[in-house]
Design a protein around this ligand. Sequence first.
Ligand code: CAA
Length: 259
Amino acid sequence: MMNDFSFIAVSVENQIGWIELNRPKVLNAINRPMVSEIVSAMEAFDRDDEVRVIVLSGRGRAFAAGADINEMADAGTVDMELINQFAEWDKISLIKKPVIGAVHGFALGGGFELALSCDMLFAAEGTEFGFPEVNIGVMPGAGGTQRLTKLMGKTKALEWLWTGERMPAKEALHYGVINRIIAPELLMEETMKFARKLAAKPPLSLRLIKEAANKAVDYPLHEGMQFERKNFYLLFSSEDQKEGMKAFIEKRNPKFKGK
Ligand code: CAA
């Protein structure tokens, strides 16, 4: 479909759309065009019926060592405001299909923020996470202070945000920042295995579950439950709901169509 990317590589197999960050010489430092490419690829996968799950990983030694420092070093406040680069990052959270991050090596700064914008994270043993922005006179700007705090709680998050030190994968796992730690040589295999498991589920259920779970992060319980209920009712106009329940009653495996 779309192989004219400069900073990422994309492919589709087994209903999984795979995006790989592809600037290995600079540890996949995320420049602005790379973010636009990630967003374009994700949006295309989101609309593509052949794709049910999106996987994001990085080529080379690391997932991503941060936003591209060279691109920002000379910028002023007004430049940053006018470029409005994070508007592009924000689009990642509008993707409806499951997005699974498979990270290894380093996920630092913007690289950690990109990882945190995935729905689930699988990490290779030895992966180091962190927000080193404080060491270069700034702070996270693509959701780091918000997403990490919502996951770990404020006291733990501040420790990492203030010191800029690297968080070992075990700590990330302990605090629910990542889903699991995998031997490096098995990272992609295990991630794809999990992605295939999701790809076999009814896609509309997956997307409405994602939407409702995301509301739980921001909404008070009552509003979240109202939202959940509407999505639950909505699924009763899908063919997959009829098929799923009929198959159960007929004691056979369902065939889901995503409709
Ligand atoms: N931007 C630009 N280039 C980067 C980069 C980044 N964030 N991270 C690494 N690179 C480049 C290095 O400059 C180096 O390039 P050269 O070979 O041309 O010198 C190449 O990638 C390899 O890196 P190192 O030689 O430094 O590799 P290492 O193994 O010795 O160290 C590292 C690895 C500890 C991750 C180190 O590269 C590092 O500290 N990187 C910067 C981390 C950082 O500060 N990230 C935050 C960026 S700011 C941000 O992300 C803001 C935001 O919220 C959006």
